[in-house]
Structures are given as structure tokens and as C-alpha cells.
Design a protein around this ligand. Structure first.
Ligand code: A3P
Length: 324
């Protein structure tokens, strides 16, 4: 055991703990973490040194992280392999040259607390070429100071709480055996509204980044899943410009959108049959329906109204609202 893991162990013993499904979550500075996430937070805060040109993606769980990873990776990759002069490739040719065909987007954009800092307080990331692209589910308040004080950029993706919860319920059901069956949705609902979820309360997580994006719009770009679905050209152009890799014309934006679309990624062999070694999940678990309003298939009117009231009171005065 390292000194740092020993001190996290003793810290965990002092923290309030609640179970999310069968997973113990610890409350630290108002938000909830799995034990290994908390260890990774400590290591990240002690050792991660942001570069001025790092781009860090951030999100709560199940709000479109995989999509954002694919888009940002492709934007950087396309720019690196041709910049503004890159030719539009025929779709069949593109498949041969698109790394997303080989691996799930999480292989190219690694999550700091899941892939980079887990079991390794000192990962070798200083040799990575700039601009480095990482992802995290950490709340803004838990990020290392260097992320906040250097010029590095943050791109956050949020999603309406109802679809987030339903997506989460489907995702974690993948970890259950056929004998166990799906987790009771009513229990998952109560947990979510009470803030018991990974990095929850969801509302606090979203508000932290929302407020930062208002304070420093050149540093934090706040995207909504629903906007990306509704007007992908506008949102992807905004994203690419924010990343410093603006598109020359709309045809290239359309190609990028197609390349990273749910329909395409979901049907790639690697995502149909591959396994995510970090979470022990099938890659297919990350690609489902992507429907805005899918919550209607799960929630009673009473639940829907309750969640609306909570959302309204949490976001009141912030200027933040979601299409549901
Ligand atoms: P649903 O469960 O509603 O279908 P995350 O990547 O943060 O885990 O979020 C997963 C959600 O994003 C799932 O939503 C999934 O289907 C959707 N998703 C994954 N890849 C996507 C893509 N390329 N385009 C749109 N939605 C995508």
C-alpha cells in the first residue's frame, strides 16, 4: 500500500457512505465518489500538471460522454491529418483510415479517474503530444488547481436529468445477472433525486460547470446533449472553434457528425462485440437509443412532475434549463 492509498483508506473510514445499487459511494466535499475515484482525485490533485493547451472534457455519467469523446478526438485527428485543406474522404475510404473503427472512443480519450490515475498515482502522461485530450467525471471543485489556473480548456456536456437517469438505469442494469433482473426503477429514481449517484448530486455537478462557463466562457464550453441532437452542425462548429480547430465548410462538419453518429459507432464491430477492460462492460453498453425524451417510457406522471419540481428549484435563478 502506498502512503497516498493509506491516507485515502483512513479518510474513507471517516466519510458518510451510501449504497448506489450495490456500490458504496462516499460523500466528500458534498459529492459522491467510489473509493477508487476518490483515490484518483487525491493523486490527480497532487500530481497532475495541466498544460496551457490541454483540452479536458467533463460530464456527469450518461450525458453523452462517449459522443463528446468521439467528436473531440475526430476534430483533433482530422485537423492533424490535413487541417483546413483536408479532403473529404469517401465514406468507405474513411472507414479504413478512421481510428474509431479500431477502438471505442474511450481508448483515445481516457478518463482520468478510470483509466489514467487508477492504480497508478504517477502515470506517464508528460510524454503525450500536445494538445492532450482527457476526460473526467470529477466535479469542477475537485479539479486540480493547474486545470483552473492555466489556459487549458474544459468542454462540459450535460443532459436533461430525466433522460440521464433513465440512461443510467439501463447502463447499470448491464452489470446485473439475469437472475437479479433489472434494478427497481422506483429505487433508482429515489436515489437520483436524493443525489445518490456517481459524482452526484447531478444538479450540483451541472451547476458547478454551468456557473464556470458563465464566468469564463473562453475557458469552459457548456454543451447540452439535446442541442447537439437538435442542431449538430451549429454545435459541432462551436465545439471545433472552441478547441481552436474551426471547420472550413459545412460539408466537413457533416462528415464529422456522420463519423461520430450513434448509428455508425453502434454498428462498428468493435462496439458491437468489444469489451471495455476498465469498467468490465461490453462496449455496446455505451450505445443505446440516444433518444431525447426516452424517459417517457419509464417514468410515471407523478415521478415526472416530482423531478420537474426538483429540477426547477435546483436550477432556479441560474439561467439553465433543458429541453425534455
Ligand atoms: P441513451 O442511454 O439514452 O441511449 P455516456 O457516453 O455519457 O455514457 O452517455 C451514454 C448515452 O449517450 C446513451 O444514451 C447513448 O446511447 C448515447 N450515445 C452514445 N454515443 C452516442 C453518439 N455517438 N451520438 C449520440 N448519442 C450517443
Amino acid at each position: 500500500m502506498t502512503d497516498s492509498s493509506e491516507s485515502t483508506e483512513s479518510m474513507l473510514a471517516q466519510l458518510p457512505m451510501e449504497n448506489f445499487w450495490d456500490i458504496p459511494l462516499y460523500q466528500w466535499q458534498g459529492l459522491r465518489y467510489r473509493s477508487y475515484h476518490l483515490q484518483a482525485t487525491m493523486d490527480l490533485r497532487s500530481h497532475f500538471s495541466a498544460r496551457h493547451d490541454d483540452i479536458i472534457l467533463a460530464s456527469p455519467m450518461k450525458t453523452g460522454t462517449t459522443w463528446l469523446k468521439a467528436l473531440c478526438f475526430s476534430i483533433l485527428n482530422a485537423a492533424a491529418s490535413g487541417g483546413d485543406n483536408r479532403e473529404t474522404l469517401a465514406k468507405t475510404d474513411e472507414d479504413h483510415r478512421d481510428p474509431l473503427v479500431e477502438n471505442h472512443p474511450a481508448v483515445y480519450v481516457q478518463t482520468l479517474e478510470v483509466q489514467v490515475y487508477t492504480s497508478n498515482p504517477l502515470p506517464n502522461i508528460s510524454s503525450m503530444k500536445s494538445p492532450r485530450l482527457f476526460h473526467t467525471h470529477f466535479p469542477y471543485t475537485a479539479l486540480p488547481d493547474s486545470v483552473k489556473t492555466t489556459g487549458c480548456k474544459l468542454v462540459y456536456i450535460a443532459r436533461n436529468p430525466k433522460d440521464t437517469l433513465v440512461s443510467m438505469w439501463h447502463f447499470f442494469n448491464n452489470l446485473r445477472t439475469p437472475q437479479q433482473g433489472p434494478y427497481p426503477f422506483e429505487k433508482a429514481f429515489e436515489m437520483f433525486i436524493n443525489g445518490v449517484s456517481h459524482f452526484g448530486p447531478f444538479f450540483d455537478h451541472v451547476l458547478q460547470y454551468w456557473n464556470q462557463s458563465l464566468k469564463a466562457p473562453n475557458k469552459v464550453l457548456f454543451l447540452k446533449y439535446e442541442d447537439l441532437k437538435g442542431n449538430p452542425i451549429k454545435e459541432v462548429k462551436k465545439l471545433a472553434s472552441f478547441m481552436g480547430k474551426p471547420f472550413g465548410d459545412d460539408k466537413k462538419v457533416e462528415d464529422e457528425i456522420w463519423q461520430c453518429s450513434l448509428e455508425r459507432l453502434k454498428n462498428l464491430e468493435v462496439n458491437k462485440n468489444g469489451v471495455d477492460p476498465w469498467a468490465g462492460m461490453h462496449n455496446s453498453a455505451y450505445f443505446r437509443t440516444g433518444i431525447v425524451g426516452d424517459w417517457k417510457n419509464m417514468m410515471s406522471d407523478e415521478m415526472s412532475q416530482r423531478l420537474d419540481r426538483i429540477t426547477e428549484s435546483k436550477f432556479k435563478g441560474s439561467g439553465l434549463c433543458f429541453e425534455i
